[in-house]
Design a protein around this ligand. Structure first.
Ligand code: NVA
Length: 311
């Protein structure tokens, strides 16, 4: 059987995503319900960008699965600089059971997956953040009646729609059958190919995809509302030019008031209060951002377990 990777959200079919999310809820109930890495088997976690939640949730999760988290600093490994991506991968896959990588270009992780005999997991690239979206879907399921209640819910995202989070919400949300609505300023709207792919998935799942430059249109009647930083890792040099166009998309109490009264608020963190979200909203009663952070652990354990079982 060919090895399965998770580089972008649509690498899981709708029924496979559902299996992973159900397993994620099982891990929420009992953190040691399955231990596919006992031995221990090692999983490499490599990061070329800053990380807190991602490295802690993967390290903790791999340990709870009975395995050994091998934490590799990408600045020391210099993958693709000291050694080709393919050669690095051939070394790693002799020793570890899976490779988790946070890096820049999606071409880098695609190259690794093409060379790897073990599952490769995207822990954030410039293009996608699919593990975060699994955690977000788990959070909606947790607060809104379980995994089977996901299809048909309205999920709004406001802010930078050209970034990894927006692209992953489009693909992963459509896979879950959500009505995904994203709103951002002109010039920061999603990649057309990703929108087309998300629409094709939504046709299959009964979801839908709306792309707009009107934040109120996106948020009105939503069950869940999310945002993300206006300056993603790697885009720091554009911080000044990016501050102004996003101002109308700030998630504040006025914008949130257009959502359902019981809508939940998500943010992948780190959050910049007073920029993409106001303090009263992220610290307010509708915010579930720390459940969302915890769900990284459960979702990623479920994903690793599922990927290892496909071999
Ligand atoms: N879009 C953000 C997500 C951080 C978790 C970034 O790439 O920096």
């Amino acid at each position: 059987m060919t090895v399965r990777h998770f580089l972008r959200d649509d690498d899981l079919t709708p029924s496979e995503q559902k299996q992973v999310l159900e397993l994620g809820l099982a891990f929420r109930e009992d953190r040691h319900v399955r231990q596919p890495l006992s031995g221990p088997r090692a999983v490499a976690f490599i990061t070329d960008k800053p990380t807190l939640r991602t490295q802690v949730s993967f390290a903790t999760g791999i340990a709870e699965l009975g395995g050994f988290p091998l934490m590799v600093d990408g600045n020391l490994a210099q993958i693709g600089v000291r050694e080709s991506i393919a050669d690095t991968t051939h070394v790693l896959d002799r020793m570890v059971s899976a490779i988790v990588w946070r890096t820049f270009g999606d071409d880098r992780i695609q190259e690794m997956a093409a060379a790897s005999r073990v599952p490769v997991v995207n822990a954030l690239t410039d293009g996608f953040h699919p593990c975060q979206i699994l955690a977000d879907l788990l959070t909606v399921a947790q607060h809104r009646g379980g995994v089977t209640a996901l299809p048909g819910q309205a999920f709004a995202y406001v802010g930078d729609c050209a970034n990894n989070m927006a692209h992953s919400y489009l693909l992963g949300g459509a896979t879950a059958g959500l009505h995904v609505r994203v709103a951002g300023p002109q010039g920061y709207l999603p990649d057309a190919a990703i929108v087309a792919r998300a629409r094709a998935i939504a046709e299959e799942t009964g979801g839908s995809v709306t792309v707009t430059d009107d934040p109120v249109e996106a948020v009105t009647g939503a069950d869940a509302v999310a945002t993300d930083t206006w300056v993603s890792m790697g885009a720091e040099a554009q911080a000044a030019e990016r501050s102004r166009p996003f101002v109308p998309f700030q998630l504040d109490a006025g914008l949130l008031a257009h959502a359902r009264a019981d809508a939940i608020v998500l943010h992948c963190l780190p959050a910049y209060r007073g920029k993409e979200i106001t303090a009263d909203v992220i610290d307010g009663p509708q915010s579930v951002v720390f459940d969302e952070a915890e769900n990284r652990l459960h979702a990623q354990k479920a994903l690793l377990t599922w990927l290892l079982e496909q071999r």
